[in-house]
Structures are given as C-alpha cells and as structure tokens.
Design a binder for this molecule. Structure first.
Ligand SMILES: [Zn+2]
Length: 465
C-alpha cells in the first residue's frame, strides 16, 4: 500500500498536473505505477478507473452501512472543459451533440423525425467591437492597441450577456406573436423554442450560437381521439411562418435587444449594452440535406467543450486574490490579465452593482451556462444519462454503447439516481502521480481503440477490405 502521508500530499488531479506541468517519469513515479499494478487491490481500482471513463480528476465518495459496511465509490468529475478532464469533456460534448442532433433531426430519444420539418433558423449573435484585435497569428484576439481598448465595455458585455440573451428570447417571442397576429393566426398555437451554445471567442468575449425552432404549442391528437402528452414535439399547424421568416425575425430581435446597465466609467454612470452588428441568421429549410443539419449540430457541440477558460486559469473558482497573484497572472496573456484587472476595478468602483465580479475571475466575468435550451427543445441531459444508465444495466458486459459518446461507464449518474444522500464526499483526484499517469495512458489507448473501430466500420461500409 502507498504510505498514508504520500496519499495526502501526492494527490494528483488534472488541475494540479496542469498547474505543475507534465509529470516526469521519475524513478519514484515509475515505482508508484509498478506498486499499483502489482498490488492486491489492482483489480478493484482498475474497475473503478474504467467505470469513471478514465477521468483525470475522479471524485471519491464513501458511505457506511450497518456496523461494518464500508463502501467506496469513484465517480467521473463530469467537467466539460477539455483542459481539466479530456475524457469527461468528450462525454459532455457527445451528450450535447445528441441533444442538438435530436432537436434538429429527431429520430431518437423520443423526438420524432418530423422535427426536421419545423421552421428553424440558426442564429449567431456576437459582441460589439471594443477595439481592434489581431485577426490571426500568435496574438490572435489580442488588442492591436491595448491602451485604447475599451476594457470596461468588454467586461460589462460579458457580465450582462446572459441577461441580454434572456431579453433576446423575450423580444423574439413578442415579434413572433405580432407576426402571427398580422397574418391572422392564433399565436397561442405556436411555440418558439431555443437551444443556445456559448462560444468563447479568441478575443475572450462570449458569442452565442442558437437554433430557433417553431413547435406546435398544444397537445396534439395522436390517434383514437387521444391527446398527446404536452411534451410531444409536433410541427406547428395553422401557420405559414417559414424558416426564412424565422431567420428575419431572429435578426430583428437581435437589433432591438438591449439593456441599460450601471457603468462607473462613464459620465452618466450607465451604458446601454447590445449585441454587435455582426449578427447572422440562416434559415434551416426542411429541404436542406441531412448532412448540412448534422454539420450544424456538430458545430454547436464543438463550442461546448471549447473551454470558456482556455486562457490559462483552470480552477473552477479562482479566489479574488488571483488578481494579485503574480505567479498566476504571469501564466495569462496580457489581454486576459487586463480583463481580470478591469473586473476587480469595476468591483471596487461600483461595489453596490459589481462586487460579485471578483467571484467570476475564472470565467473572465461570464456568469452564464455554456448550453441552455428551452424546456421543450429536445431531451434533457438527465434523460440522456438515464438512457445511458439503463443501457448499461441491460448490457453488463461492459461492451461499447451503441450511439453514445466516446466513453463507457458513468457511475456518477447511477449514484445520483439511486442513493446520493447516503454518500459523502471524501476527496477528488488520483492518489499518486503513478495512478494519474496509468489512467491518462488508458484514456488515450481507449480513445485510439474507438477511432480504430470507427475506421474499420467506415472501411467496411465503403467496401474496403
Ligand atoms: Zn473527469
């Protein structure tokens, strides 16, 4: 067994590994790996590691039952950021792809294929320009002239972006109601649903990509005079609103959405925030080839794992002290540093409005979720996890899931669905650097296997022996 003291001090997670740089294969680390592989507890440990999908930063839970019962459980961290946990972020990206895919094309998870016939638009909402930035090269996204870059505007846009999106959805729904009334249709029979994904741009400001879709708003008849469950997604009836109409409406809503916010850097003490002029809306016509729709689904999912914090700050939460921590700041680009400085300055200048900014330094001031959707857009992540858990129950051999994302095993979902209350959190990360490396190597090997299998299937389809 590994000595206790070493377990306490040598705990390795993706976070500490990232902070300390790659783990060197020293004699000590090799010793840890050999110790693990030769140890009596290797098998249960390996089963647990496999069960987490080779998570880089597993969470350890513990529960007692009866007098001597003592269960331990290792869960995947579930972090969607590739910089924190590559295996978990792949799973999250895969889940999102399925969510988007089901919402655009249907055909699985209870979403009918007729969903592809609904009027739909793919919308991109950008932030305004706060100063010229380098378009390409090693300085891509960095201001050309940092002294003249409007950092207060940049930070305030990021801070208020979730509110701007909320107002945008309200505006779009109002415009739709007006359009339907103008055409003599009943607005209550049509529902506008959204799926939004946040992209962190190179200039470190959020962009929104969204699919807007029209659904029938009431329960529909499903035969025998029975009404469907309200959750059934059905094409809107009694309306001639097209995908092109929806795209036009989406752009108009973007232009008409704004929010007046406190800004201690202006003479009036306020500033009106709105989206940038580069808004774009593409009608997703039902006649579009399936391949194009699939591409859009993949495009949206890609942004989910593209880390909002791919700027050097990897911790989930960064304490306010980070703004004064030279070592942390030295690892960031001058642009990211200036944003953090601006966040703390605004918090100081207007604490009555912005004191909370110091708690969001790790996301450079972005408070929103990476993915949001209206309730009825498609299946929920929860439903997806439940489906995965059920599939595993029925296929206990540990074989690969049919259509599921890259990883197998997801004990976290099982635990949360059955008996979370009894479990207590013990710690997260791997016990030793050796364990961490063994797991990381297994994750890579597993991925290569998946790719090889995919290639083989592809070759088979194309008739290549
Ligand atoms: Zn993980």
């Amino acid at each position: 067994m590994t000595p206790r003291s070493q377990v306490a001090e040598g705990r390795v997670s993706a976070l500490t590994a990232a902070a300390k740089g790659p783990i060197a294969l020293t004699e000590e680390v090799i010793g840890e790996m050999v110790h693990r592989a030769a140890g009596a507890d290797y098998r249960p440990w390996w089963r647990a590691v496999t069960g987490t999908g080779f998570c880089s930063n597993p969470i350890h839970l513990h529960r007692r039952h009866g007098l001597i019962g003592d269960d331990r459980l290792m869960l995947r961290c579930g972090n969607r950021r590739a910089s924190v946990c590559p295996p978990c972020s792949r799973l999250y990206g895969g889940d999102t792809w399925q969510l988007v895919h089901a919402g655009i094309l249907g055909g699985h998870y209870g979403v009918p294929t007729t969903v592809a016939e609904h009027p739909m638009a793919f919308v991109t909402l950008t932030a305004p320009s706060y100063g010229r930035v380098h378009a390409a090269g090693p300085n891509a996204g960095q201001p050309v002239d940092a002294d003249r870059y409007d950092y207060a505007g940049h930070v305030l846009f990021t801070w208020w972006a979730p509110e701007l999106w909320r107002r945008y959805t309200i505006r779009a729904r109002r415009l739709l109601t007006r359009l339907l009334r103008d055409r003599g249709h009943d607005p209550k029979r049509v529902r506008l649903t959204f799926l939004k994904v946040t992209e962190n741009q190179a200039r470190l400001i959020p962009h929104f990509h969204a699919v807007l879709r029209l659904d029938h708003a009431e329960p529909v008849e499903v035969g025998d005079g029975r009404a469907s469950e309200p959750s059934v997604i059905a094409p809107p009836v009694g309306t001639d609103v097209t995908s092109a109409d929806l795209a036009a409406l989406a752009l108009q809503a973007a232009a008409e959405t704004s929010v007046l916010v406190p800004d201690p850097t202006t003479a009036t003490g306020t500033r009106r925030m709105s989206f940038g002029a580069q808004a774009d809306a593409e009608p997703l016509d039902p006649s579009l080839p399936v391949a194009v729709r699939k591409k859009i689904a993949g495009y949206l999912a890609k942004y989910v794992t593209k880390s909002v914090t791919d700027h050097g700050l990897t911790a989930r939460r960064v304490s306010p002290q980070v703004a004064h921590d030279r070592q942390v700041l030295a690892g960031l680009s001058p642009h990211a540093r200036a944003i953090i400085t601006t966040l703390t300055a605004l918090a100081d200048a207007a604490p009555e409005h912005y004191s909370a900014m110091v708690r969001w330094l790790h996301t450079l001031g972005y408070r929103g979720h990476v993915t949001t959707k209206s309730r009825r857009y498609s299946l929920t992540m929860g439903a997806l996890r439940a489906a995965r858990a059920l599939w595993r129950q029925q296929h206990p051999t540990g074989s690969e899931e049919p259509s599921a994302p890259a990883m197998s095993g997801d004990r976290a979902d099982d635990a949360t669905s059955t008996d979370t209350a009894e479990w207590t959190y013990v710690r997260s990360g791997h016990d030793t650097r050796g364990d961490y490396l063994l797991t990381a190597a297994a994750a890579t090997a597993h991925l290569e296997q998946l790719w090889a299998r995919r290639d083989a299937r592809e070759a088979e389809r194309m008739g290549i022996p």
